[in-house]
Design a protein around this ligand. Structure first.
Ligand code: SF4
Length: 287
């Protein structure tokens, strides 16, 4: 039995339940916990996510290497100025950058699904909480649904930049967040999978090329764009737009694309942005 979208959709259809309910029971059974006890653990996860998404907004936070930092505070203070995205989206972008900066400063984050891509899901959940006036516990269904998507990608493909490029990290995180947002906004299981598909399709082929091998640049920028990707994907699905290709096939194609990428574009810091003359100078300076 593959843990995939086809199976989950069948289960959800038969029992008339959302993805979050299915995955909550599945995880509780596997962990030999009650569903209420699992909720308690997941609430702690949400607390950590919320803290990391807010921590660097007003206090400029710099990486341990010293190479990057302070972007979250800049964007946060700019969010009320004239901008193309507007205050809500820009504030959410700042939160995605915040968790990335907390991670690069060796602070506490939740890998969702990895540390490099940890900014996207917390910012997405904080954004929908703010927009819809929700309690923290109202975000639990979104977190469970995001978890189900992450588990499919991890089991059926990869969530490692070294294996599949950044599409497998920030792409997976955006896919998780898109599905979670869609469910919180009242979307059906089918709509959640459409949103998850869109987010992966948007970044199909995205390479992994961190300067000097540090999970900093361009990683934090890809968390910012991944957050916006999740918002777009969720809104597309809620508007009734459908992915022509089912999620399981999108995941498989992402994996095939990742495996066909040259090694220089898979977290080796030998290609892409990491191989530019300026990146090489920075590498000498900061290593
Ligand atoms: S560029 Fe590579 S290291 Fe950075 S977030 Fe993407 S996959 Fe992770």
């Amino acid at each position: 039995m593959h843990f995939n979208a086809e199976w989950i959709l069948k289960e959800c259809e038969e029992k008339k339940r959302p993805i979050s309910d299915f995955f909550r029971r599945y995880e509780a059974e596997n962990a030999e916990m009650t569903e209420d006890a699992l909720d308690e653990e997941m609430l702690k996860v949400l607390e950590i996510m919320k803290d990391s998404a807010n921590q660097a907004l007003e206090t400029p936070t710099f990486s341990l290497s010293g190479m990057t930092g302070g972007a979250a505070a800049k964007v946060w203070s700019h969010r009320k100025e004239q901008s193309l995205l507007g205050e809500f989206v820009l504030g959410s972008v700042a939160r995605a950058l915040s968790t990335s900066e907390v991670n690069a400063s060796m602070g506490k984050i939740v890998a969702a699904p990895t540390a490099g891509a940890a900014g996207i899901l917390p910012a997405a959940l904080a954004g929908v909480q703010e927009k819809m006036g929700l309690e923290l516990s109202d975000l639990l269904p979104g977190l469970y649904t995001a978890g189900a998507i992450g588990k499919i990608i991890a089991q059926e493909a990869t969530i490692s930049g070294a294996d599949g490029g950044c599409q497998a990290e920030c792409g997976a995180a955006a896919s998780m967040a898109a599905a979670g947002l869609t469910e919180i906004m009242g979307g059906t299981p089918e709509e959640c999978f459409h949103a998850a598909s869109f987010a992966l399709i948007h970044v199909m082929g995205l390479v992994c090329d961190p300067i000097a091998g540090f999970v900093e640049f361009p990683c934090s920028l890809r968390n910012a764009s991944g957050l916006v990707n999740a918002f777009i994907s969720a809104d597309l699905a809620k508007a009734g737009v459908k992915s022509l290709v089912p999620f399981d096939e999108v995941v498989d194609s992402m994996y095939q694309v990742g495996r066909s990428m040259p090694e220089t574009l898979r977290e080796t810091a030998l290609g892409g942005i990491a191989a530019t003359p300026t990146a090489k100078k920075l590498e000498e300076e900061y290593l």
